[in-house]
Design a protein around this ligand. Structure first.
Ligand code: PLP
Length: 374
């Protein structure tokens, strides 16, 4: 049985050349010696960690950052032995096992600190400090105690401090958080920690506040070309998720006496020509909101209604010659037309870092690159 021929026709295309370009573009924004952690959480934002890690390393990333040990294993499976920072994601009971993985672990609370201190082997760690996000990490009132405790935890080698900044749209909020981060670094130094890596720059900080690049950066969405307005201006990045595609399963003209709830059918019963495509919310395209646009035969076709589990109905009344097997583009280009990630975000009302990975993680991924990385 030829599975590739019998497979359901829904897939996505990941552009490794675009990824390499984006890595080089970010590298060119950094002062020499700044450590570049490529963020690969959520299976490299849906692009596939195992398939993309080597490209990122070759294009100029120094290290990786993930939130799930499975993503760390995917990087190792790609044959990459660069440093991997595991963001705060370890419960105390898992610390001993994480300590065995050879990662840079994150110390984000006291219970975790004690668990790693008991791990029975030396572990490189980053300390996460919370400067205003209100999520993971130590709050300022805890800093003195945590650095004092870390000084006595002989098996833990503190290599840096990181923070994740909130409200990056507001310069004043960023300035206040950056001031607190600087204070945490001073306190660490006073406790005797020298040459620590200081990292506060995710994608939008890197683009909007280059003075916060400090000694290490950790961009994620920008690597994959998923930066949205208003940050696009200084961002020379290309979409790595180049296309999301399906095919037509059936074309038919809806009989006039069918009770289909569609404005066009009601206005001119018997004239609505539809195509059903092999794509639905199973493929990550949410059931609602109804509507949207796809490309077929190089033309725009509107989606009729909501998505079903594995099927979507489109209106091809005005597009001649559509037949079963024709390629349909949900995101990407066909003929002279393009539906880019920004249009998809506006249509489906979801942030790009949610919408695109939902789809690519549900689909077979095809890697395209002109051959250089295969
Ligand atoms: C996801 C994440 C980043 C990267 O954020 P982007 O906005 O995608 O660049 C940086 N730091 C932490 C702690 C993160 O969880």
């Amino acid at each position: 049985m030829d599975l590739s021929r019998s497979a359901r026709p829904a897939w996505c295309e990941i552009d490794l050349d675009a990824l390499a370009h984006n890595v080089r573009s970010i590298r060119s924004m950094l002062a020499p010696g700044v450590r570049f952690y490529a963020v690969c959480k959520n299976n490299a934002y849906g692009c596939g960690t195992r398939e993309t890690a080597l490209t990122m390393l070759e294009a100029g990333a120094d290290a990786f950052a993930v939130s799930d040990p499975e993503d760390a294993q995917r990087i190792r499976a790609a044959g990459v032995d660069a440093p991997i920072l595991l963001y705060a994601s370890t419960t105390p009971d898992a610390a001993a096992a994480v300590a065995e993985m050879g990662l840079i672990a994150t110390i984000h609370d006291f219970d975790g600190l004690e668990a790693f201190a008991r791990a029975g082997r030396s572990v490189d760690v980053h300390v996460e400090v919370d400067c205003g996000y209100g999520r993971l990490g130590f709050t300022p009132d805890e800093w003195a105690a945590v650095f004092e405790r870390l000084r006595r935890a002989k098996n833990l080698r503190v290599i840096g401090l990181y923070t994740h900044l909130a409200f990056v749209e507001e310069a004043a909020a960023v300035e206040r958080q950056a001031g607190l981060f600087e204070r945490s670094a001073v306190m660490a130094r006073q406790a005797g920690f020298e040459n620590l890596e200081l990292m506060a720059a995710s994608s939008r900080v890197l683009l909007g506040y280059p003075e916060l690049n400090l000694t290490a950066v950790n961009p994620g969405r920008m690597l994959y070309g998923m930066i949205e307005a208003p940050w696009l201006e200084n961002a020379d990045v290309r979409p790595v998720i180049r296309a999301i595609k399906s095919r037509v399963l059936q074309v038919k003209t809806i009989p006039a006496d069918f009770p289909i709830d569609d404005a066009r059918h009601k206005a001119a019963p018997g004239s609505l020509k539809t195509a059903v495509i092999a794509f639905g919310f199973k493929d990550g395209l949410s059931r609602q909101p109804a509507g949207g646009t796809v490309l077929v035969k190089g033309q725009r076709a509107r989606i009729i209604g909501v998505r079903a589990t594995e099927h979507t109905v489109i209106d091809v009344t005005d597009i001649p010659g559509v037949a079963a097997g024709d390629e349909v583009v949900i995101v990407g280009s066909q003929g002279g037309e393009t539906i880019d990630g920004h249009e998809a975000v506006a249509t489906y009302k979801m942030a790009m870092i949610e919408l695109l990975p939902r789809m690519t993680l549900s689909l077979p991924r095809v890697y395209v690159d002109g051959g250089a990385h295969r």
